[in-house]
Write a new protein. Structure first.
Length: 167
């Protein structure tokens, strides 16, 4: 889950035509419109696309992912521009994975302006994907923050219940 991935997709994206001339041939995972998925919410792929792993850090480390993504954007800018302009591509994004800090109400993650500017100049959106922890992970190290990011603690907040539900 943690790690950084460049995703491109579109309903009319001919991913095989793009990949045929791409140096990312070995790096990219491919999916096709109409393929079945393992998701109840979306049992069939609605678009074709590719995913290129940029940072395979096993750690929940935002700094490493940003560094790796910045290097990738700089070194692969010509190929990213080709991908962004390729017929049928209607979304291009970097997904950065983090885990939710244990026992926290909120988290703050600042993305460097130089990184955001570089991604924006190439037409690449940036998505932070914050994953929840399982009960086992929460019980293993209560109070620990796996990504080291600042977080407001539940214990220090005076809050004893979750947020109110919206009906």
């Amino acid at each position: 889950m943690p790690g950084c991935v460049l995703n491109a997709a579109g309903a009319q994206f001919d991913v095989d035509a793009f990949r045929g001339d791409s140096p990312w041939l070995e790096l990219a995972s491919i999916f096709y419109r109409g393929d079945t998925t393992n998701l109840r919410s979306r049992p069939v792929q609605e678009r074709s696309g590719l995913a290129v792993g940029i940072s395979d850090s096993d750690q929940d480390d935002l700094e490493t992912q940003i560094r790796d993504a910045t290097e990738f954007l700089q070194e692969e800018s010509a190929e990213i521009e080709r991908l962004a302009a390729f017929p049928g591509v209607d979304s291009l994004e970097l997904s950065i994975g983090l885990f939710w800090c244990r026992d926290s109400l909120c988290q703050f993650h600042t993305l460097p302006s130089a990184f955001l500017r570089l991604a924006g100049e190439l037409g690449v959106a940036v998505t932070l994907c914050v994953y929840g922890l399982s009960e086992d992970e929460r019980e293993a190290e209560p109070g620990a923050s796996p990504n080291g990011g600042p977080a407001a603690s539940l214990a220090d907040s005076g809050v004893r219940e979750g947020p109110p539900s919206v009906s």
